[in-house]
Design a protein around this ligand. Sequence first.
Ligand SMILES: Nc1ncnc2c1ncn2[C@@H]1O[C@H](COP(=O)(O)OP(=O)(O)OP(=O)(O)O)[C@@H](O)[C@H]1O
Ligand SMILES: [Mg+2]
Length: 391
Amino acid sequence: MGACWSSRIKAVSPSSTGFTSRSVSRDGSDSCSNSRNSSSSIPITPRSEGEILQSANLKSFSYNELRTATKNFRPDSILGEGGFGSVFKGWIDEHSLVPTKPGTGIVVAVKRLNQDGFQGHKEWLAEINYLGQLHHPNLVKLIGYCLEDEHRLLAYEFMSKGSVENHLFRRGSHFQPLSWNLRMKIALGAARGLAFLHSTEPKVIYRDFKTSNILLDTNYNAKLSDFGLARDGPTGHLTPKSDVYSFGVVLLEMLSGRRAIDKNRPTGEHNLVEWAKPYLSNKRRSFRVMDTRIEGQFTPNRAQRAAALAYQCLAVEPKFRPNMDEVVRALEQLQDSKETPKSADKKEHRRQGPGLSHHPKGFPASLKDSAGDAAPVKTAYPRPSASPLFA
Ligand SMILES: Nc1ncnc2c1ncn2[C@@H]1O[C@H](COP(=O)(O)OP(=O)(O)OP(=O)(O)O)[C@@H](O)[C@H]1O
Ligand SMILES: [Mg+2]
């Protein structure tokens, strides 16, 4: 829930709602189901609200339909809450999309904009504009929307495993720590989603990459949600490399199991990036950032390579960050390598960290950033747009 309301609203201007049609120049992943709604490249023209809603090829729900689907927005069907409003579980018929009895048809997640004025309208429209046009296995599917009187709602495919934030940071019997393999699978899926956004013409800069916006389906496939802050780019200060920085923050959260900002940690450890960077830049010490709850599930070599990737993404100078295609390749290679952790690895972790002499190829070559540089963080969740460093 990091994005504060005011920063979201300020960030959304008519151009940021993406009043454009786009063509996908290149596939962001190896899947074949990426698409947009129209088949040819369409000139970039400002589009009215009516045009966006019409061309999005989404179901237009009445308020009553979504009220019925969610059992009158019953509090016990709330899936989560964010800056936009509450998200409810609902049921609709798979073909006609009309509300059905709970337990029949398909499950949807219905997001209802808080009704304190029309502040979130632009975000709501941006979501429809982007998700109405962009389709990819690593983007959450928008099924429809409701625009009726003061009501603004969105209906999405239901992501049964919820958000990565819940899995990483919620404690309790319901949420077991995610395994190393699942973390890497999720990182790869999310990276593919971003790579896809950066491959469209014009490029989409997502601007809200954080663990609560990465949703998981039954098989832990990651899908990006929330396009309210997304913008067409690049523009002067806004380039795909700002998403790469955010990816680095999230990758670090996944490796460490720590939140980007955590005031409950000891002094000096509140800011994850500041605390971790000196370790990440040093092969022998990178094991120190790893989540102790999954110790023994990864080889030192893999941990080093993942840490090095996070370090590269977190380079203060955008030009030293990899692009998302390179990140995807690095994560694919990490998954492809056949090594399995030996029990000896665990001992070695405790003793001195990853045994570099045994894994000479641990780090990707281009660690050009200087060690110890920490990006200033001004918001609860560090995001590139919050800092002049993230041009
Ligand atoms: N399609 C979905 N399927 C299942 N759960 C969902 C879905 N969309 C959202 N949720 C749940 O609802 C929560 C709230 O989502 P929402 O996007 O409104 O806020 P957020 O991402 O947590 O915070 P922010 O407003 O800062 O983006 C999510 O964290 C997730 O747990
Ligand atoms: Mg969200």
